[in-house]
Design a protein around this ligand. Structure first.
Ligand code: ADP
Length: 383
């Protein structure tokens, strides 16, 4: 895991501002971050803080940076924190972090009761990443697993529509957001916390903060356990994936791709990003693989098999292909993914089969990945 200025900024999101109801990054108190060869230097705006608060802030900032360096395996020779008398300048108004008090979590493992965390990514938008994430989550839940689905696509959240959340009210209990219980899963999305008509413009640190809140301040487990948490990532290779990799211990990632060559090129970049972030790729999904016409014939529109070949070329597993299906699009638009699995009409059969195959392959790949990570190793105790 690279330890750099972004990592230091992330570490600073874990430090609460002594006077404002926000972490110091969201509060706009971080003025400068520099890092070179094990030497970190940070300047924080500390107007109106008294001496004790300044000292506390300095100590917490140093501790947070050192802890993240240790977790990233980086050697840190020195950390210098300067507190200036400047006034913090919070980011431009628009989408501030959700105004609830932050919760203390173990930074090394903020979700200890989740067995498998699986990210769903894609090289670019519109290839069906959210569709696949939703249907994998619902498919896993239909197999009896307890499943959470988090909309990590904070720039363009799709879950409010795809899960039919428009009539649901957001609810906060204590300082925890209550996930929406729909289609047998627990879901949370930034789309229900912001004005749906406003553009979602997040600067780097705000994106970190929003993602972090969705992870840490959603009551994913409620005292129990979750077998799977599926995270729908933003398309491409940006900030949010970096935050996720630094915050969470993932079982692995799924890369969604359409068959065309241009889509494959982007998907290769997404796959390389996961690899660079140290996230195992559980497999590739080829979406919009083929089309079944009214005549019952299968039509190859985009070059069926292209994503599968790409997976082979990169030495990645192939989880399966999903056909272009009007019902799939309609069920997404009307927020009823369960119908993808329960529609028993002959026309829907290829879709059901495709989704069942995907789910089975994902279950198997996640189990294998966990074994490789040592999570499933039997514990031997001798008394
Ligand atoms: P992304 O998350 O990659 O931006 P979405 O999952 O939002 O893509 O899908 C984009 C649009 O394509 C949505 O309207 C969705 O319903 C539709 N869609 C995705 N996959 C399929 C498919 N296999 N058949 C028909 N429509 C699909």
């Amino acid at each position: 895991m690279p330890f750099d200025k972004d990592a230091i900024r992330l570490a600073l999101t874990r430090v609460q501002h002594p006077a404002l109801k926000a972490d110091i990054v969201a509060a706009g108190a971080v003025q400068k971050i520099a890092y070179c060869d094990g030497f970190a230097s940070v300047k924080l705006a500390g107007a109106n803080l008294h001496a004790d608060q300044r000292r506390g802030l300095e100590q917490q900032a140093v501790a947070a940076i050192r802890l993240l360096a240790q977790q990233s395996g980086a050697e840190l020779a020195d950390v210098h924190v300067e507190i200036t008398s400047d006034v913090p300048t919070p980011p431009a108004p628009g989408h501030r972090p959700i105004p609830i008090a932050p919760r203390e979590t173990d930074p090394a493992n903020p979700l200890p009761d989740v067995r498998h965390i699986i990210a769903v990514g894609a090289g670019k938008g519109g290839v069906g990443k959210s569709t696949v994430a939703v249907n994998l989550a619902v498919g896993l839940a239909r197999r009896g697993h307890s499943v959470g689905l988090m909309d990590g696509d904070i720039y363009g959240p799709s879950l409010p529509t795809m899960l039919g959340l428009s009539a649901f009210e957001t609810s906060v209990r204590g300082n925890m957001l209550q996930p929406f219980l729909v289609h047998g899963i627990k879901a949370m999305t930034i789309g229900k916390l912001v004005d749906p008509e406003k553009p979602l413009i997040w600067r780097g640190p705000m994106a970190h903060g929003a993602f972090k809140q969705l992870v840490e301040q959603t009551e994913w487990c409620g005292g129990g356990e979750l077998d799977y948490l599926v995270i729908d990532l933003p398309p491409g290779t940006g900030d949010v994936s970096l935050t996720m990799a630094q915050m969470l211990k993932l079982t692995g990632a799924v890369v969604v791709c359409t068959p065309q060559r241009v889509a494959q090129d982007d998907a290769v970049r997404a796959a390389r990003m996961f690899q660079q972030l140290g996230i195992e790729i559980l497999g590739v999904v080829e979406n919009m693989s083929w089309f079944v016409g009214d005549d019952g014939k299968e039509y190859d529109l985009f070059g069926r098999g292209g994503a599968q070949l790409m997976a082979q070329r990169l030495g990645l597993s192939f989880l399966g292909a999903v056909p272009i299906n009007t019902a799939l699009r309609e069920n997404s638009d009307t927020g009823n993914p369960t119908h993808n699995f329960t529609d028993t009409s002959p026309r829907n059969r290829p879709l059901v089969q495709a989704l069942e195959t995907l789910t089975t392959n994902l279950e198997n790949q996640a189990a294998l990945a966990s074994m490789r990570m040592g999570a499933s190793a039997p514990k031997l105790s001798i008394s």
